[in-house]
Design a protein around this ligand. Structure first.
Ligand SMILES: [Zn+2]
Ligand SMILES: [Zn+2]
Length: 361
């Protein structure tokens, strides 16, 4: 039996992060064996490591981490049409529920209604933070070689692609809509990718965060031609501009409440954070009255199906061509599997995205 190294946790248990030798996974029909190049780390991973959630596959006491990945096909067996050994690929995170609900059977497992879906590295399926991994080939997108250094950013970009594309679908189906301005709240990886994606569409973008203008994140946002505003200097409540599209990616409840005030008439607000319950900080009557009087749409969006991965792969190429060094500049911290523990620890102000480098080729 061949052994492969993997970063694992025992879900629900604090400080259970471990580099473990596991048996090489064996692909079933329609599954690809992947040699993982890189795995990105985000807040979801930190929450799992902290024991807040995560669920191991049935019959396993541990969960292999890693849902943001970039890999090469190691073996494409029966039923894996269209894939060849060496292809650069990114799998989606979520898999259909066993009931195969209307959403799941329509290729939209991101909209699953039963809640019984599985997610690689999060819920009921091992993730990709291992030298070798398997996944269903029907949920895998192929990337051009030009993305071999930055393709690990595709999964976070798909969160952006879904939020923006659903904003346009809703708005264009209810009226004539020509958005000119967008507000992005947050300068983490999702906020920065939203800034770039909205700039690609030709919108005038303002990105706000609690970082000084000289910080790495602020400079990256500004490099796309977005206006950057440090909210510790200019509070959101003092902003006079109103925006056609607001993308809330801070995950802060108080910021999310402010965000809806900054949405203009006929505008749309896309929320993609996980918000903690907090004491009420806003007059709910005012929130709903603003919503009605401005014909505004507020909606939430989680996960992304394969269509957003295909779309994101194209945008990743366009972003890379348009703003040289932007995507590379987001990948600030690269860590080997052996040093993985530090990757899940506290971060410096300069960190944008931490990536585990698993195989070099
Ligand atoms: Zn993530
Ligand atoms: Zn479902």
């Amino acid at each position: 039996m061949i052994i492969t190294k993997a970063i694992t946790v025992t879900p629900g248990t604090q400080k259970s992060l471990a580099l473990r030798d596991i048996h090489e996974p064996v692909p079933k029909k329609k599954e690809l064996l992947l040699r993982v190049k890189e795995v990105g780390i985000c807040g979801t991973d930190i929450d799992i490591v902290s024991g807040f959630y995560g669920e191991p596959p049935a019959g396993s006491e541990y969960l292999v981490l890693g849902h943001e990945s970039l890999a090469r096909v190691e073996e494409a067996g029966p039923g894996c049409d269209g894939f060849r050994k060496g292809d650069l690929v990114v799998p989606t995170v979520r898999r259909n529920c066993p009931e195969n609900c209307l959403s799941c059977r329509s290729g939209e497992s991101d909209m699953c209604t039963t809640g019984h879906y599985k997610e690689h590295g999060i819920k009921g399926l091992h993730g990709f933070a291992s030298e070798l991994a398997v996944t269903d080939s029907r949920f895998v997108t192929t990337l051009p070689e030009s993305l071999s250094e930055v393709g690990v950013l595709l999964e976070p970009l798909t969160i952006v692609e879904k939020g923006i594309s659903q904003s346009f679908v809703m708005q264009n189906s209810r009226m004539k809509w020509r958005p000119e301005s967008a507000l992005v709240l947050g300068s983490g990886p999702v906020g920065l990718l939203a800034t770039a994606a909205l700039r690609l569409m030709g919108l005038s973008v303002t990105t706000v965060a609690r970082k000084p203008p000289g910080s790495v994140k602020a400079k990256l946002a500004a490099s796309t031609g977005a206006d950057y505003v440090d909210v510790t200097e200019t509070p959101l409540s003092s902003m006079e501009d109103r925006f056609d599209l607001v993308f809330e990616a801070t995950g802060s409840t108080s910021v999310a409440l402010e965000a809806q005030n900054l949405c203009g008439t006929n505008g749309v607000v896309s929320f993609v954070g996980i918000y903690k319950s907090e004491v009420e900080t806003e007059d709910a009557g005012r929130v709903f009255t603003n919503l009605v009087l401005g014909n505004r749409v507020f909606f939430g969006s989680v996960n992304a199906n394969i269509s957003y991965f295909h779309r994101g792969a194209k945008d990743l190429v366009r972003i890379r061509n348009k703003w040289k060094g932007f995507l590379e500049g987001m990948l600030t911290d690269k860590v080997s599997l052996d040093e993985a523990e530090s990757a899940y620890g506290p971060k410096s102000e300069k960190t944008v995205k931490t990536v585990l480098q698993i195989s070099q080729d």
